[in-house]
Design a protein around this ligand. Structure first.
Ligand code: VAH
Length: 317
């Protein structure tokens, strides 16, 4: 049975990926690690955990040896808008953590998953049906770390045989842990505002399309890719994947169908809008579908139905 280490287990992805992995591989076989320690709640109660500062290689090496780890999910990153405010932090966390994970994986024979993002593309990239292989000249430090991460991960696969794999996540929408500092965060915050009965102020302009995905599909994609037959993988770092593409008015309309009294207004956030404008409108993800069977199940309607249902219970407490 796999022995898995999740680095960044308290984050938006990690807080849901860890329980999902524990369900499949067994609670004792999935170690939840984060800088914030001790972990709280289900993450702490349902399996082993440890403190890891991902920019410290020794922390990672110690955990890999202590728990006999053979697969690492490296989720340590500073999201796009927050990284623009502190670029060196964005670089040091994104690349520092990845390089440490790559070196430990090389020395200890671990497989390694590190997310990339639609942020790995820039304004020169074709915005519609963005190809799997195309120009990548991102204009954010987040995007620079993601392209660098893709290149480093492919290098470690080709040069040292490290089993590195990655997906370019779109904006992820979840109802467990709020995202912190992303350009697509509005697509999560809008649901919270609707359920709280508050007017939502959207920082992204009407008509700004971005790829998005509901968290359950994202978790399945990460797990399926890591289980995929390596002989079928033509690509590795990193696969385009998407479930839907929408602009703010579309998600607003979908919520209003269910909550007619909900009101949204627009209030432009120049930083996030500039980043969003540089990203794809919608990606072509046929390589992921052909090489390892990626197939999302949630569209905007199904996601909205579930988000509102779960948040109404969660926020009523
Ligand atoms: C961000 N949610 O907005 C992240 C993600 C695709 C966007 O990388 O920075």
């Amino acid at each position: 049975m796999k022995k898995i280490l999740v680095i960044g287990a308290c984050g938006q992805i990690g807080s849901e990926l860890t329980p999902a992995l524990r369900k499949v591989y067994g609670t004792d076989n999935v170690v939840a690690a984060d800088l914030m320690y001790p972990l709280k709640g289900e993450l702490a109660d349902s399996g082993p955990s440890c403190q890891i500062n991902a920019t410290n290689a020794q922390d990672i090496a110690d955990a890999v040896k202590k728990y006999n780890i053979d697969s690492i999910f490296n989720l340590a990153a500073i999201l796009s808008a927050k990284a623009e405010i502190n670029p060196m932090l964005g670089w040091n966390v994104g690349i520092g953590a990845l390089l440490n994970c790559l070196e430990v994986s090389r020395e200890c024979g671990c497989a390694l998953f590190t997310p990339s993002s639609i942020g790995a593309f820039g304004p020169e990239t074709p915005h519609n049906m963005t190809p799997q292989d195309t120009i990548q000249r991102p204009k954010t430090i987040y995007g620079v770390t993601k392209v660098t991460g893709e290149l480093l991960s492919d290098y470690y696969f080709k040069r040292f045989g490290v089993d590195t794999r990655s997906v370019r996540f779109p904006g992820l929408i979840s109802n467990v842990t709020l995202p912190g500092g992303g350009t697509t965060d509005y697509a999560v915050e809008i649901y919270y505002a609707a359920v709280k009965g508050e007017k939502f102020t959207c920082p992204i302009a009407k008509g700004t399309y971005m790829d998005m995905m509901y968290m359950p599909d994202a978790l399945k994609a990460a797990m399926d890719l890591m289980e995929a037959d390596p002989s079928k993988l033509i690509h590795r770092n990193s696969f385009n994947i998407t479930a839907m593409s929408f602009e703010p008015d579309m998600i607003y309309a979908e919520i209003k169908k269910r909550m007619p009294e909900f009101v949204m207004e627009y209030k432009f956030d120049a930083l996030r809008q500039g980043i969003a404008d540089s990203w794809p409108d919608c990606m072509d993800d046929h390589c992921a579908r052909e090489e390892w069977g990626f197939k999302p199940i949630y569209d905007l309607s199904a996601m909205t139905e579930d988000m509102l249902k779960v948040l109404k219970v969660k926020l009523a407490k």
